[in-house]
Design a protein around this ligand. Structure first.
Ligand code: SR1
Ligand code: MG
Length: 403
């Protein structure tokens, strides 16, 4: 019998069943099946089902290298970070995260609620499904997690302890390289679609002003320990049903700029928008779907600001943050940071190593290039004019015009 208490190793499906038995997750003698269902870039995700009762759980295990490429050696300790932030989110926004049952620092795995009744939002968008409550759910999630972990509310010494606990150098390095650096020069690791390449060469790699702005933004990401952020808040990290939303996969979490999470999700909604623009043949269906995405983006920003303002007055503990004008200053900076990250994420998913299915699944090469170039044009506006974004409509105007 394998022991799971002495040393770390990556499990097979059979070993994951043995492991579950050692934790007494299922009744003794139950017939358990297991399937590894991970389709992300980094981890192994085992789904275990008791065949008699249909009770099921997920065991998520961090491997020693990324699945996408073994060039990325990433400490399996990231599973601790993911577990610890899940616990915090479980207190702040229990309705929007899976329940956690067990964490194991030897095997670097977490046992959690199985969300198989849900669909990954990116996949749902590829089927042009719509979710009317999404903007409400995501704006609440963002306000609660970003505001309540910041110096606006937390005791500053406690917050510094949290900054220490969530130091995440290897995963941050991935973002520093893949989001903030490589897309903006002709890096050998970039993977650009051939029909999009001439635009990238001319408008991205040949633009010194753009390079300078991305350098400023990279230093902001390196140094601005504002809130405990999810760190990879895209549509592949969100599970949905018609009226429920669950956020997963927070292994990139650390204390960073709050606008990183907001900008990330907005950019990924834009990928859904351009996919709809290029792949829905029927003009009425296309208009209906793309309008839904734009409305979701506008509502997310406007509801975020409204809920942030309300929660700020309700929860703020820092005296100087209550001075007249400070909230407006804070929100303006947050929305500027958000706009910049929208641009960075739009660019890196077109140019960099980790593309998104919303673009790569567009089979017609001309349409794919049109979608990608639309993202890149919008990306430049979001990065270079980031100070101009404050209302939901400021974001949707640029999308309608360029994307
Ligand atoms: C090597 S990991 C590549 C990308 O996948 C993750 O989901 C993050 O977005 C990362 O940038
Ligand atoms: Mg992920």
């Amino acid at each position: 019998m394998t022991t799971f208490t002495d040393r770390y190793f990556t499990m097979t499906e059979t070993e994951a069943i043995e492991y579950a038995k050692t934790l007494s997750i299922f009744p003794e003698d139950s017939a358990i099946t297991c399937e590894e269902i991970g389709d992300g870039n980094l981890n192994y995700v085992f789904r275990l089902v008791d065949q008699q009762t249909s009770q099921s759980v997920i065991i998520k295990q961090a491997g020693p290298v990324a699945r996408i490429s073994d060039e990325f050696k990433v400490s399996p300790d990231r599973n601790r970070i993911e577990h610890d932030i899940l616990k915090i989110q479980g207190e702040l926004v229990p309705e929007y995260v899976p329940e956690v049952y067990h964490y194991d620092p030897v095997m670097n795995c977490t046992v959690m609620e199985d969300l198989s009744d849900y669909t990954i939002l990116r996949k749902a968008f590829l089927h042009k499904q719509t979710f009317p409550l999404l903007s409400d759910h995501l704006s609440t999630f963002l306000v609660q997690t970003l505001l309540l972990t910041s110096d606006l509310v937390l005791n500053h010494k406690d917050k510094k302890e949290q900054v220490k606990a969530f130091i995440n150098p290897e995963l941050c390095e991935i973002t520093e390289d893949l989001v903030y650096t490589e897309p903006f020069y002709d890096c050998p690791r970039n993977e650009v679609f051939s029909e999009t390449l001439p635009y990238v060469q001319e408008e991205f790699w040949g633009d010194e002003q753009l390079a300078l702005e991305t350098a400023k933004l990279k230093f902001q990401f390196l140094t601005k320990a504002q809130s405990l952020i999810h760190g990879d808040f895209h549509t592949g990290s969100i599970f949905v049903t018609e009226n429920q939303t669950k956020v997963i996969d927070a292994e990139f979490a650390f204390y960073g700029p709050a606008g990183y999470d907001i900008g990330n999700i907005i950019a990924n909604l834009i990928f859904a928008y351009v996919n709809g623009e290029q792949t829905i043949e029927d003009p009425i269906e296309r208009e209906s779907y793309t309008s839904y995405v734009l409305t979701t983006i506008r509502e997310m920003i406007d509801q975020f600001k409204e809920k942030f303002t309300y929660t700020f007055y309700d929860q703020v503990t820092e005296r100087v943050a209550e001075y007249p004008g400070f909230l407006e200053y804070y929100l303006e900076e947050l929305l500027t940071d958000t706009a910049a990250v929208v641009g960075l994420e739009l660019a890196r998913r077109v140019i960099g190593l980790a593309p998104v299915e919303d673009l790569t699944s567009i089979t017609n090469p001309t349409k794919r290039a049109a979608a990608e170039i639309a993202c890149l044009k919008a990306a430049k506006v979001f990065i270079l004019n980031r100070q101009d974004f404050f209302h939901g409509e400021d974001f949707t105007r640029v999308i309608s015009e360029y994307a």
